[in-house]
Design a protein around this ligand. Sequence first.
Ligand code: 5GP
Ligand code: ZN
Length: 139
Amino acid sequence: MRESNCIFCRIIEGEIPSNTVYEDDLFRVILDVNPASKGHALILPKEHYANLYEIDDEVAGAAMKLAKKLAKHMTEKLNCDGFNILQNNGEIAGQTVFHFHIHLIPRYKEGKNADILKWTHETFTPEEMREICDTLRLK
Ligand code: 5GP
Ligand code: ZN
């Protein structure tokens, strides 16, 4: 399924140009137009899924397998020092394009973006932590 008003669907269709580093039947992998670091890329499923809640299980599995392969390949080619895999769901989580995608972000010890992806911490009492854990326990 394609969505005509979705920028990533239009990139996948070739209506909007992109720097494509990999393509197969299920995915297109492009360089992010506004990269957080050198080589920042996005894995786009060719089918339109808005987010992780909607994506097909098989496609989700294949996407993570591809992320692993690309992380290894990109680390070798770019000689980066580390790697982040990031996937945002919902506006509050930083999602700006509502077509599921996985960010592949090479990390470098040197450079102005050495500090990206840091967050502050919240504190919970041991009792609160137990309640949270009880709520989340998956049976
Ligand atoms: P999100 O914030 O939704 O997790 O990530 C969306 C990403 O898509 C952003 O990092 C943004 O720079 C990138 N992006 C948005 N529009 C385009 C585009 O037209 N082409 C490419 N290559 N990347 C885009
Ligand atoms: Zn789309």
